[in-house]
Design a protein around this ligand. Sequence first.
Ligand SMILES: [Zn+2]
Length: 533
Amino acid sequence: MRRPIHKKYSLFFVPVLLSMNLIGAQDAYQRNSSADIQGYIFNLSLNDSTDQINGEAEITVNFKDKADAFTLDLIAKSDTFGMEITHIFESDKTANYSFENSKITITPASDSTKLRTFTIGYRGIPERGLVIDTTKFGQRSFFGDNWPNLARHWLPSVDHPYDKASIEFRITAPEHYDVVATGEKIEESYFGNGLKLTTYKEPAPVAMKVVTIGVTQFASRLLDEVYDIPVTAWVYPENRLDGFADYSVASEVLKYFIDNIGPYSYAKLANMQAKTQWGGLENAGTISYFENSVTGKNEVEGLIAHEIAHQWFGNSATENDWNHVWLSEGFATYFAILYQESVYGDKKRKEELELDRKQIFEYYGKNPSPIIDLSITDPMKVLSVNSYQKASWVLNMLRHKLGDGVFWDGIRTYYKRFQNANVMTADFKKVMEEVSGTNLKAFFEQWLYTKGYPEIKWDWSYRKGQLAITIEQRQKHHIFQFPLEVGVITNGKMETKTLQIEEISKTFEIPVTDRPDALILDPESWLLFEVKK
Ligand SMILES: [Zn+2]
């Protein structure tokens, strides 16, 4: 997702350099040992007189090896908010379960490992996750806003991206509402009592962080079909024409990513104006954009590109662990830049990266930590300039290191291998090494597991046909290894030389014909570094 514009970063400080042997470490979430959720069907009843929801979740579980007890997340009722459970069945019999500390623990009736279905009845008022409020135009609205782990406020589930499952929403609501949700609409039935049932079904496995519904009065329109995928806009009726216009670029973006990365994973691509705590939230196939994203001035193309890029990275190839969220946010940030580069040229890439570079410097001054920071235990805190802008810069450097052809081959292979699955950084590294035939250990270690970037003091001189360039790394904690391009400008023309930097300080001697007028480090924005006096 895109962070809201005014979000404050949390401060954290990691004084110790983390080493590669922690690569397999997992975040703090307690995973089920044998239960693997295959599918959820959420029956939800919404009404106009209260904010209480009535729910029944049908959960299909595949037990690997043996049928151990398993847990689901659901925030329990306390005072006003939270959920109480009315019943839990295993098939049609009451299940053996406990509900403590917002964890449901179910012990299966037998040890056999076949697929089983559990049904959980529940009700209550969600404090978060499902935002029940009014739109900026005063219409009552219900919007899912789960990222990172707020699904548990309204949907009993394994509320962690490691266990993805197919999703079906069966929503019963007063018939004056328009209902959109994750998946393809497969039913809309009026009961004649003022209520309407709307059902959406997504067969692809989805993480709970990107499952959503939108229920309010919408204007909706089919914007386009891209390779049979319907691209739609769902906006407030008051914003109808401006919203359709602003979101129409989604079809161009979708086509670019399908053509360059691989097949899209979901039933549709809906673009929804929504109440969300984020600027945009990449819900699978049903993206939420902040209410004021609609202006009629086409001001959110970059945001739309970011959220659509997530459909491949984060949603379909999903980080298996919160500490590897750069595989979602860094990719979405860089692939939004790649899309914009394809439309507006390389100048746009450089502009975006230079803006991001400034943010990286500022952030590093306050938070000297690596992109993969295994000391973070709160999923909200994995979002930072590190996992967005710096990780995007890392992909830019990887692209330059491998060359465009190999980089894109690697990206396509990575997606093909991990579509609808889970990934860790090591998986991505392995694919890129295989495809490029290059050992990337040092590259990944210094850019993802090491804090900071090269802080360079430099100087040059010319004497008798020799250009001497001295490069000194000023940061103390790590000596980075990288190619540094130097633009040598002579008689108004620039020639680029590449210096291979591997030491703390070195003077490079380059024969030249004339005294250069000026030198520019990294003229094409391929290296994350800072010039230090
Ligand atoms: Zn994002």
